[in-house]
Design a binder for this molecule. Structure first.
Ligand SMILES: [Zn+2]
Ligand SMILES: [Zn+2]
Length: 847
């Protein structure tokens, strides 16, 4: 154990045996004195406003005492980045401790020091502990152990865990937000004058928050590639299927196909990246937002690609103002350019080029990155030459009377050059975009349309607002209070499957609906809920959008589906103007015209939606405790967490410890899971005593066996099926779509013990689903066919529900279940149970 240090603060901090005199604590409580750090370490009340003041004081008084910086690290709400430029004293001490505490040493017969630290870190991330809480926890453990068994400072933890990952601080001009430079290089910044606006910088750039953080891209990608077994997963399976007629991943979209065909992208070794930036508010009371640059490797297998820990972070911008995008992206693009030209060396001397081809951003960030006019300006559409029209007041609207040609990569680049040379805006283009320098980046479709912002939070929300806004009370489509009540009744009678995390909320709560609630509304609830309440032409109109988006969200989309969706979307937009008037033809409605093109260029919509990055945003926001230095807090925790996989390879870690950590991080825990061929059984088996009807059904498949077992809950193809619960009506996972397009309510999942093989069967009732199309005369008691109103032209004919394929990863397993769940919405509609129960072979019967 380390001998007590001479310095007072450190002594208190490092040695739990030394008690801090109560008097000292009290005095600091009262006076809020300069060394209130002691107070905070001992009296942890994070994120109170009082504490912010105190920590500011600490920053202010950070002077000769070099040890202060490590104390600072143990506070959550201060500029902990100061430690990044750690002084030599700290460095040597860190190393000392590092050596002293042989991390592979056993603490007891079971656990090494490193394992203990690993578990503590997982525990603290899982429960969102502040830095000071982590340190207190370690101190507590040390106290119980009676000796300093674990390093009790954040600084030392970082020494151990994030040696390979570091973050950089970049400054920008406080007046015009131009990029100035990186922290160590720009220490002379204090005397710098901004090139653009000639403002003199003072030393307060850091304190005033005129900075952002970046984390280098290449070590993060490298770490993934060097994971055991990863190379095989990425490169051994050809990622482009043979059939070019089906879109299922980025590689079969036209953009990649062209790169591959031209030999510019080698699928056996090269990599590509999708990246995103979007703001998330951090504290509800304050207007501060966090804007991360997130990115992910497109070559990861689909099952893994969208997992939260695969969302990597390259930059963090924190503040009350939106980032100046070109400034924020300067270091990112610089590294991206190097990676796509020179490549990344990993493993044993392999070199992969990394192409940055897709940027997912909303309609506010995108124009800045692209350097074009916003949607509310003339020629504001970055995909076509629609000039826009000023309608009622000063609003730019996009009526459909004329179709304008699409923009092309080359044309847009030419316009950029012209704009740059002349200094004028050329057809909506303001000048060169920093993205022009990225190799093979398509300056038009490199910024694909994100359906979450454009469609769900745009058009779908707009329509609902139009129907419910009292300003439209004289319109045909207005939903009076009575009608809204009816819709709410239907909506709330729906029991969605558990994979749709929320029960439907009433229309009156619409302002609080999240994007995924709008998605469920569009894809599953809206049509049956509005049927016969909203005039049928409006329902049919909505069904066009619902159908089109559903098709573009499938896992496998045929070219034919894309064409059909394109047609539907065009019809939807044209009708929109007819039904709601020109004044509501906003940019989001117009964007729908370009949506299916994005799908043919890149593949299914879920590949480039903001949904997957949004959860990453949420995760990062949770890392913040307290307002001060939010981005540094995140950066330092992110770096620690990101380096854990590597550390696990360096130190010896037992499987039980890894399992424990995994458990901590996994939210859903399945205790009694058993895998029988393709089916995972997650509830116990019971003996099955068939009633006469069930006996008959068993006889139909020649089962005379008496020892039949049944269970209530299974998982098949990542979808959970569970028999209907008598207690809870909140969710329903019992509706199953069968291969012959019939629906069935599962009642028992049975297992037959055959001498030769094990078979599983689903036992349930066939349900007839009948969805009225609000077309008079189609309702007939004999014909219980599924009908969905698709378009005015085809509404009278029958259209099958879209094929239910494998689940889009982005939908978090929701959609298949939910499509089955549609029957939940339809349950209120006339339907019939088939006279007799039927047994269906699970192996091929259920999808
Ligand atoms: Zn400036
Ligand atoms: Zn357009």
């Amino acid at each position: 154990m380390a001998p007590p240090r001479k310095k007072r603060y450190k002594t208190y901090l490092c040695n739990p045996k030394l008690m801090i005199p109560k008097r000292t604590v009290r005095r600091h409580n009262e006076t809020n004195a300069a060394d209130s750090s002691i107070l905070i370490v001992n009296n942890d009340t994070p994120s109170s406003s009082e504490q912010h003041n105190q920590s500011e004081d600490i920053i202010g008084c950070e002077d000769s005492d070099s040890d202060l910086s490590s104390i600072n690290m143990s506070l959550d709400d201060i500029s902990s980045d100061d430690n990044e430029i750690s002084d030599p004293v700290e460095d040597s001490r860190g190393k000392e401790i590092f050596d002293e505490m042989a991390l592979n040493d056993s603490l007891n017969s079971e656990t090494t020091r490193f394992e203990a630290l690993l578990m503590i870190l997982h525990y603290s991330f899982r429960h969102g502990l502040s830095n000071s809480a982590i340190i207190d926890l370690i101190s507590l453990i040390n106290k119980i152990a009676g000796t300093e068994v674990l390093p009790p400072s954040m600084y030392l933890l970082r020494k151990i865990f994030s040696s390979d990952f570091r973050y950089d601080i970049h400054f920008y001009c406080k007046v015009c937000m131009t990029y100035l430079g990186k922290m160590p290089e720009s220490e002379a910044l204090t005397s710098t004058v901004c090139d653009v606006c000639s403002t003199k910088m003072n030393s307060k750039l850091l304190n005033d928050g005129h900075f952002f953080i970046t984390m280098p891209i290449s070590p993060q990608i490298k770490q993934i590639l060097e994971e055991p077994g990863m190379e095989q997963k990425i490169f051994s399976v050809p990622s482009a299927p043979n059939t070019c007629d089906t879109l299922s991943d980025l590689k079969n979209g036209s953009a990649f196909s062209r790169l591959i065909k031209k030999g510019l992208f080698n699928i056996n070794i090269d990599l590509s990246v999708t990246f995103n930036t979007d703001g998330s508010p951090i504290f509800k009371s304050v207007k501060n937002s966090l804007w991360p640059i997130q990115f992910r490797l497109n070559e990861l297998p689909l099952e893994e690609r969208f997992e939260s820990h695969r969302n990597l972070v390259a930059g963090l911008w924190f503040g009350s103002k939106e980032p100046a995008m070109p400034t924020f992206f300067t270091p990112f693009l610089k590294e991206a350019k190097v990676l796509s030209k020179e490549g990344l060396v990993w493993g044993y001397g392999k070199a992969s080029k990394v192409f940055f081809l897709l940027c997912v951003a909303d309609s506010v960030a995108k124009p800045q990155l692209q350097n074009v006019k916003q949607f509310n300006g003339k020629y504001g559409c970055p995909y076509c030459y629609h000039p826009g029209e000023i309608v009622e007041g000063n609003q730019i609207r996009y009526p459909v009377h004329t179709m304008y040609p699409n923009r092309k990569n080359k044309e847009m680049r030419d316009d950029m050059v012209e704009a740059e040379e002349t200094g004028n805006v050329v057809r909506g283009i303001k000048g060169l975009s920093p993205f022009c320098l990225l190799p093979y980046f398509d300056i038009v479709y490199g910024f694909p349309i994100d359906y979450m912002h454009c469609c769900l939070l745009g058009v779908v929300r707009l329509s609902a607002n139009l129907w419910t806004s009292s300003a439209n009370h004289s319109e045909e489509y207005y939903l009076s209070e009575l009608k809204r009540k009816k819709v709410d009744e239907r909506l709330q009678s729906i029991s969605p499957p558990q994979c749709i995390s929320r029960r439907p909320r009433p229309l009156s709560d619409m302002v609080h609906w999240k994007a995924n609630e709008w998605r469920s509304w569009l894809l599953f609830y809206a049509i049956p809920c509005l049927d016969n309440i909203l005039p049928s032409k409006y329902v049919k109109h909505m069904a066009l959008l619902s159908s089109a988006i559903y098709n573009l969200l499938q896992n496998y989309i045929s070219k034919c589906d894309v064409d059909t969706s394109n047609l539907f979307l065009h019809q939807f937009v044209i009708k929109f103007e007819e039904l709601y008037g020109k004044k509501h033809m906003n940019f989001n409605v117009h964007l729908l015209l370009h949506l299916s093109k994005c799908v043919s260029v890149w593949g299914p919509l879920w590949l480039f939606s903001a949904f997957t990055f949004e959860s990453g945003n949420g995760y990062l926001v949770k890392l913040v405790k307290g307002t001060k230095g939010a981005s540094q807090q995140i950066a330092s925790k992110y770096c620690i967490f990101a380096s854990i996989p590597k550390c696990i390879q360096i130190y010896t870690v037992g499987n039980d410890v890894l399992e424990f950590c995994d458990k901590l991080m996994t939210y859903r825990r399945v205790k009694r899971a058993m895998k029988i061929s393709k089916v995972t059984v997650i509830s116990g088996f019971k003996f099955f005593n068939p009633d006469p009807e069930e006996m008959q059904a068993l006889a139909e498949i020649n089962v005379q066996d008496k020892n039949i077992l049944f269970t209530k809950k299974i998982i098949l193809n990542s979808v959970m099926f569970m028999i209907k619960s008598k207690k809870s009506k909140k969710c329903n996972d019992s509706i199953v779509k069968l291969a012959d397009n019939t629906y069935c309510e599962a009642q028992k999942f049975i297992k037959l013990n055959n001498a030769y093989s094990e078979q599983q069967h689903l036992f349930g009732k066939i349900i007839r689903i009948f969805l009225s199309t609000s077309v008079a005369g189609t309702r007939s008691s004999d014909e219980h066919r599924i009908q969905v109103a698709i378009s005015p032209e085809v509404a009278d004919s029958e259209l099958p529900l879209p094929h239910l394929g494998r689940l889009p990863a982005d939908l978090q397993r929701a959609i298949s279940g939910a499509r089955e769940k549609t029957s939940g919405a339809e349950r209120r509609r006339p339907r019939r149970h088939h006279a007799s129960s039927r047994l269906v072979h699970l192996g091929y019967g259920v999808r």
